[in-house]
Design a binder for this molecule. Structure first.
Ligand code: PLP
Length: 356
């Protein structure tokens, strides 16, 4: 039976990423060594790092003045690297979910944090709008895709202070106007690579403006100056990231990917909206994520939740349980997810509905 991987992360990767990574584990770049045992300073691995960095920049059309670094620590370490490197005294945060809230909380140890708006009271079912950002904030932090709640900011915002974004779960899903951001960061384990590597796109001239001591490993400059090789980089996920970037280029890049993602998401949102049994907690079409599609049973069918889970699992649907903090279902439809898998889930929902 075909298994359809709807996991939120680590999540589905292109077949070529998995196959090429597996081959490199056995014999890396013809060296006769495994990728797992090769020096990161070998010329073969340095070439991988250089190509991954260059292709990352090419695919996102990253302008001059920005650097891309690959580091460890996950997006969660970025929650403190951001204020360490950019907060002088005050920062503004938009609270759109668990991860946004974690980033905001971490920043509180560094100065004044202004929560400009929050959708917490409505279980994060929309992206707040119409808020004011204090003009003396050192930056404004957003989480563009809220992996747990299935909301997404799909447009690059125009704001009055430097903009910083956690794009862990929607990077490479659409073109981004990088010039509008001071920093973009994210864990790689959704649209890019297996867990273990974190990316950051840094506007170089925004660095060096805080007075505090920044621990060496938490200073973006360390990793820019070291070409992501200041310390031993996570070689396996970086190699895998390169394979995914090559796949993305073959697919036509981020503009082509955005089109496909819109089509794919429509299949599932249409199935939810036309259903008697299911509904989407995120009602506003503009806010609906193209990467994590949440759905719950309508109140009168709540007792069927487990039955549907078992029914879908028996048809090969994997990872569709909603996050433990919200319940219901969540289908993650990242770049590598084929439309046929989404159609299979939509068909299973229709089939289940016909029986009830
Ligand atoms: N930010 C977002 C939007 C996420 O979805 C996640 C994890 O799922 C994180 C941050 C945390 O990432 P990490 O586990 O790499 O620290």
């Amino acid at each position: 039976m075909k298994i359809h991987n709807f996991s939120a992360g680590p999540s589905i990767l292109p077949e070529s990423t998995i196959k090429n990574s597996a081959e490199a584990v056995l014999n890396f770049a013809g060296t006769g060594l495994s990728l797992l045992e090769v020096s990161h300073r070998s010329k073969e691995f340095v070439a991988v790092m250089d190509e991954a960095t260059a292709l990352f920049k090419e695919l996102l059309d990253i302008p001059a003045g920005y650097e891309v670094v690959f580091v460890g620590g996950g997006a969660s370490t970025q929650f403190c690297m951001v204020p360490y490197n950019f907060m002088k005294s005050k920062a503004a945060y938009l609270n759109t979910g668990t991860w946004a809230n974690k980033a905001l909380k971490e920043a509180k140890g560094f100065g004044e944090v202004v929560e400009v708006a929050s959708s917490k009271d409505s279980i994060y079912n929309h992206i707040p709008k119409g808020y004011d950002i204090p003009s003396d904030a050192d930056y404004f932090h957003i989480t563009t895709n809220n992996t747990i709640y299935g909301t997404e900011i799909k447009k690059d915002l125009d704001v009055n202070v430097p903009l910083i974004a956690d794009m862990s779960s929607d990077i490479f899903s659409r073109p981004v106007d990088i010039s509008k951001y001071t920093l973009i960061y994210g864990g790689a384990q959704k649209n890019l690579a297996p867990a273990g590597v974190t990316f950051a796109i840094v506007k170089e001239d925004a660095l060096g403006q805080v007075d505090r001591h920044i621990p060496t490993m938490l200073n973006y400059k360390t990793h820019i100056d070291g070409g992501s090789m200041f310390n031993t980089p996570p070689v396996f996920p970086v190699y895998s990231a390169l394979q995914t970037l090559k796949w993305l280029k073959d697919m036509g890049g981020v503009a082509a990917m955005e089109k496909i993602n819109i089509e794919k998401a429509a299949v599932l949102y249409d199935a939810i909206d036309s259903s008697r049994l299911f509904k989407a907690p995120v009602a506003d079409l503009e806010d609906r994520s193209l990467m994590n599609i949440c759905f719950i049973m309508n109140d009168e069918y709540k007792e069927l939740e487990k039955d549907f889970f078992d029914f879908a699992t028996a048809r090969g649907m994997s990872g569709i349980k909603g996050h433990r903090s919200v319940g219901g279902f969540r289908a993650s439809t990242y770049n590598a997810m084929p439309k046929s898998s989404i159609q299979a889930l939509a068909d299973a929902m229709k089939e289940f509905e016909a029986k009830h």
